[in-house]
Design a binder for this molecule. Structure first.
Ligand SMILES: O=C(O)C1=C[C@@H](OP(=O)(O)O)[C@@H](O)[C@H](O)C1
Ligand SMILES: C=C(OP(=O)(O)O)C(=O)O
Length: 408
């Protein structure tokens, strides 16, 4: 499928959506399950490519593991290999080969792993030889590049003979993902303690368990956008809970100012329309995956939004700052930067614009964040199958809400 067109539709019929399970939680549970020799019963594993890639690679004895474009899979399998594999090559898509891994490689090397870069220093592909003798039980790791390095180290920490203390240096970004890692570890019987900015994990055994993966709050964000941007809507997101280990639960709070009310019922989260403010200030340091969704919502609803915490967006599936600037510009929105402070300047009279065609930059979140614009005008989305990374049934669900989608 090269591109799709979505016909304008703004009065959504009441729709019930069954979201995919969180790929972040699933990839943690799968790594931990593999570390307890695969005896656990993990329920609600989604078809998301990142999760399926993790499952497939953990079951394969191939000399090279190709993680495709899955950041967590790359980082978690690197640490996993350093405690389980005599020798393993880890590689990924051309974009994955541009996503830094040096912080994690340095940390594992300090622990005693032998890791070499096969192309460019600091980036995959890498060759990992496992730690034979643990050299230290204390690491200093910068907290502001990617929390995935820290999560990767935390998950192997209990099986290191000396355990591990990780001191996080500088500002910590994406902290809820670190908490998520510790929460999943706890579900498999391992405890950790915080001392200031250090996390301490003693040698412990993971206990196999029955574990159910939560529905994905990042995926839920696109439905908040559909509700906010439409004239009429009521969406039920089944089994989505208020009490979640996902930091992107924050979307429900952001949206009280941006035009959506959430009611949690037995069935799940019920999203209804409400009034919105004209200005907002939102810090995405701890929920970077929500930034694209919120930028599109504000751009079309006339909300000037002061955005901070966007720096990590430059090293994700694409440079999301530049992708956003290009695509928002197609309907009159702007994202301007002034020393790490971004201002989202909304589009003026966006409904008068002709059919925009949005590029997706190999980034599932570009496709999913821009799709709700079909509430305002006919749109075209290029390379729509990018959504398979986290939400393969996205376009089917969009059709359920009454949108007409044509393959071009
Ligand atoms: O640990 C995780 O599951 C993730 C952590 C975040 O990355 P960073 O820690 O690199 O910000 C997030 O953007 C990504 O989608 C998933
Ligand atoms: C950044 C993301 O994923 P990853 O880093 O795991 O590729 C994402 O899903 O938005």
């Amino acid at each position: 499928m090269k591109k799709i067109s979505i016909k304008k539709h703004n009065k959504l019929q009441p729709t019930t959506i069954s979201l995919p399970a969180s790929k972040s939680i699933a990839n943690r549970a799968l790594i931990i399950d593999a570390l307890c020799k695969s005896q656990s019963d993990i329920k609600n594993i989604s078809e998301a490519r990142d999760t399926q890639t993790m499952l497939r690679l953990l079951a394969s004895n191939d000399a090279t593991w190709d993680v495709l474009d899955a950041g967590t899979t790359m980082r978690f399998l690197t640490a996993f290999s350093a405690v389980t594999q005599t020798e393993k090559i880890l590689t990924g898509t051309p974009r994955m080969q541009e996503r830094p891994i040096k912080v994690l490689v340095d940390a594992l090397s300090k622990l005693g792993a032998n890791i070499t870069y096969l192309k460019n220093e600091g980036y995959p592909p890498i060759k990992v030889n496992k730690i034979e003798n643990q050299v230290t039980d204390r690491l200093e790791v910068p907290g502001n590049i990617s929390s995935q390095y820290i999560s990767a180290l935390l998950m192997i920490a209990p099986i290191l003979p000396q355990g591990l203390e990780i001191q996080l240096i500088g500002e910590i970004g994406s902290k809820p993902y670190i908490d998520m890692t510790l929460a999943v570890m706890k579900s498999f019987g391992v405890t950790a303690s915080w001392e200031g900015s250090s996390i301490i994990i003693t040698p412990q055994q993971y206990q196999p368990n029955q574990y159910t993966v939560e529905p994905d709050w990042s995926a839920a964000s696109y439905w908040y956008s559909f509700v906010a941007l439409s004239d009429e809507a009521q969406i039920v997101l089944t089994d989505l809970k208020d009490n979640s280990i996902q930091g992107d639960r924050k979307m429900a709070d952001f949206m009280t100012d941006l035009g959506v009310t959430t009611t949690f019922t037995e069935e799940g989260a019920v999203l209804t329309k409400s009034t919105h403010k004209k200005q907002a200030s939102i810090d995405f340091t701890h929920c970077p995956d929500l930034a694209q969704t919120v930028a599109v919502i504000c751009a079309i609803k006339g909300i000037e939004c002061h955005m901070t915490g966007l720096d990590s967006l430059r090293i994700k599936e694409t440079d999301r700052i530049s992708a956003l600037q290009n695509e928002l510009g197609k309907f009159g929105g702007q994202l301007t930067e002034n020393s790490s402070q971004w201002t989202l300047i909304p589009a003026t009279e966006p409904s008068k614009l002709s059919t925009p065609e949005f590029d997706t930059y190999h980034d599932h979140r570009m496709a999913m964040a821009f799709a709700p614009l079909a509430t305002h005008f006919d749109i075209t989305i290029n390379d729509p199958s990018v959504v398979n990374k986290s939400y393969p049934s996205y376009w089917e669900d969009v059709k359920k809400a009454g949108f007409e989608i044509l393959e071009l």
